[in-house]
Write a protein that binds this ligand. Structure first.
Ligand code: NAI
Ligand code: MG
Length: 361
């Protein structure tokens, strides 16, 4: 991480990526923090123009930036020679091993002051498991086999991310009666004794170093049910790649849908922030995409910079992240809303409302 100003590489990509990423950049610029923006090309239109979905200069700029803000890329529905998804490649090239998806629901409307809102994060290992790509067929195609790869190294580093995050979230809650930090280790070690067994054992080992964080564990099927019925019981969930892929989408249902779902991809050296949604060709160009998911990425990005910033400016960066998140909650509750949330506002009205709230609250 360089000294401030921090360099943020902006890759809008295709479709509504080019509408929501400028909104997120406008929010970041409105903070007045020492941020420098560079823009780079990637995606399907880039491929059609240049023959490269992820030009080498984009990858090089991503390697030297302090953080990457990525919009979305369109992928053709039919295979095209030479085209590979740039986001999958970026995750691998930058070794972005931790996929982080926060989910929070609307502020509670109930009069019951004890009503607790959903406020959880799924921390998903992003590099191995069944997604390691070790698949083959035998018996002339009658049997298909996928190998599940779980390593101590990957399990340890993802567990560490989860416990650090739980600790930081507890600190940010900043009240004495806030619930304690909690990490739920999710696995299926009763059946997958070696692979899930290793993940579970390593995560429990890491937990020893965080006595201030409550640790529990849960089988993945139980977790799916609990996420659907009692999501408020979770704080941070840590799990392997495939389970995390599925559970993070279950959790997403509480978060107001795709227009609000943000994610971070973190590694030791690099960090990339992207809305979960795609290029949305059905609404692209109409100016009605919900920018809140991308703006949520801006808040996650600032949290990341704050963790690496010199101590004299880290608190200010953190405070802006919190202000942006409060503004998102406010706009989500009070409007204006884009059509996906039932309103008729355009992207810029929602963005302006977020900026106005974060500058005055
Ligand atoms: P999508 O997320 O683009 O759209 C699904 C539905 O949600 C559409 O009706 C869309 O209008 C709506 N939607 C998504 N984001 C929205 C927002 N911010 N505001 C309002 N409405 C929103 O997924 P879909 O349609 O399956 O894929 C479209 C293209 O995007 C494909 O080419 C696909 O490959 C690509 N894609 C890219 C991703 C990425 O870059 N990480 C992720 C998912 C899809
Ligand atoms: Mg998924």
């Amino acid at each position: 991480m360089s000294a401030p100003p921090f360099t943020i590489l902006v890759i809008p990509g295709d479709g509504i990526g080019r509408e929501v990423i400028p909104a997120a950049v406008a929010v970041l610029q409105a903070t007045g923090l020492p941020l420098r923006f560079a823009e780079a090309d990637a995606g399907w239109e880039c491929f059609q123009r240049s023959g490269e979905a992820l030009p080498p200069e984009t990858l090089a700029a991503a390697r030297t930036a302090d953080a990457v803000l990525f919009g979305a890329v369109a992928s053709p529905s039919h295979p095209v020679a030479g085209y590979r998804s740039p986001i999958v490649r970026l995750r691998r090239e930058l070794d972005l091993y931790a996929n982080i998806r926060p989910v929070f629901d609307d502020p509670p409307h109930a009069d019951d002051p004890r009503a607790r809102r959903v406020d959880l994060v799924v921390v998903r290992e992003n590099t191995e498991d069944l997604y390691a790509g070790r698949e083959r067929v035998e018996d002339g195609g009658a049997t298909a086999i996928a190998e599940r790869v779980i390593t101590r190294r990957a399990s340890e580093r993802i567990a560490r991310v989860a416990f650090e995050l739980a600790r930081a979230r507890r600190a940010a809650r900043n009240t004495n009666d806030a619930p304690p930090a909690k990490v739920t280790i999710v696995h299926k070690a009763n059946v997958l004794r070696e692979t899930c067994g290793l993940f579970r054992a390593v995560a429990l080992e890491v937990a020893q170093a965080y006595p201030d964080v409550q640790t529990d564990e849960m089988l993945v099927d139980t977790c799916a049910l609990q996420l659907a019925t009692r999501p408020e019981r979770f704080d941070v969930i840590v799990t392997t790649n495939l389970f995390g892929d599925i559970l993070s989408d279950v959790a997403c249902a509480w978060g107001g849908g795709l227009g609000l779902a943000s994610s971070a991809n973190l590694g030791e050296q690099h960090a990339l922030f992207e809305p979960v949604h795609g290029a949305a060709p059905d609404i692209a160009g109409k100016g009605i995409a919900n920018p809140l998911a991308a703006i949520g990425c801006a808040a996650l990005l600032l949290d990341h910079l704050a963790r690496r910033a010199p101590p004299d400016i880290a608190p200010a960066i953190h405070a802006w992240s919190a202000r942006i998140q409060h503004a998102i909650r406010h706009v989500r509750a009070a409007g204006p809303h884009t059509p996906d949330l039932g309103g008729n506002a355009v992207t810029s009205e929602v963005t302006d409302a977020v900026i106005a709230h974060m500058l005055t609250s």
